[in-house]
Design a protein around this ligand. Structure first.
Ligand SMILES: [Zn+2]
Length: 256
């Protein structure tokens, strides 16, 4: 780190859990953020400001006027632009020293696999189940830790799935595929800080994963109620019959 970097990250380096070594880890890290909307905005901005050396942000969508109430990566002058491109400009203005890649397309298939394999952490800021299941499958396959978030109305949820340890659950252990109706902010509304709270929590969990700071969030579902400002925590267990992460155990059972 040069003198500017030491000063820029000094309030983080002060923390014994980070220190110079931890900040260097962050500067060498690569994080994939899927979705540059309400969750992706605070998540990406904190990760950029915090010094994640390589940020990859994917979004195929276009900035619309109704996004600006909560999607802080985008400004009035960005209306009509691709969200990933707009996000890249904002993040580069926050922290010019980073390598930021904008993927202006729906991340799927081979590109999703490649980007997930290359990432140290994936932050899922998407708004639909199909994408969440696809991201989860890629993360399980490549053993990339996944920080999942969702928010609608006054409600938010957060979970960390870390399949570097086989015994941990994956997203598919929690949700049945194909029976979920997407609840989007477009259809249901959302109070703007609710996405901010969940997105900022996603950044916090991503940083802890990168810094190897032990987190209670792995394998737990945390539910935020914005009306009461209360959190509820549910412990998740791995589903041995999970079609995504359950095969190892099935094989194990067969050989026993
Ligand atoms: Zn699973």
């Amino acid at each position: 780190m040069n003198d500017d970097q030491l000063l820029r990250y000094s309030r983080q380096i002060m923390l014994p859990q980070v220190d110079i070594a931890g900040q260097e880890t962050l500067l060498a890290a690569r994080v994939l953020i899927v979705g540059a909307g309400g969750l992706g905005s605070p998540a990406a901005m904190y990760l950029a400001a915090g010094g994640i050396g390589q940020l990859v942000i994917a979004d195929h969508d276009t900035v619309e006027l109704s996004n600006l109430q909560r999607q802080l990566l985008h400004h009035d002058s960005d209306l009509g632009r691709n969200k990933a491109a707009s996000a890249k400009d904002t993040l580069a203005a926050v922290n010019p020293g980073l390598a930021i890649t904008a993927i202006p397309e729906k991340l799927a298939g081979k590109r999703l696999a490649t980007e997930t394999a290359a990432a140290d952490v994936v932050v899922d800021c998407s708004d639909n189940f199909a994408t969440r299941f696809a991201i989860n499958r890629a993360c399980v396959e490549h053993r990339t830790p996944l920080v999942s978030g969702a928010a609608v109305r006054f409600e938010g949820q957060l979970a960390v799935f870390d399949k570097r340890q086989d015994e941990n659950p994956c997203y598919r252990c929690l949700y049945e595929e194909g029976h979920n109706e997407d609840e989007t902010c477009t259809d249901n509304g959302v109070l703007s800080p609710v996405v901010g709270i969940i997105g900022a929590m996603q950044a916090l969990e991503a940083l802890k994963l990168l810094l190897s700071i032990e987190s209670n969030s792995v394998g737990r579902l945390q539910l935020f109620n914005g009306l009461t400002s209360e959190w509820r925590t549910l412990t998740l267990s791995r589903d041995p019959a999970c079609p995504v992460c359950g095969t190892g155990q099935a094989q194990q059972a067969a050989t026993d």
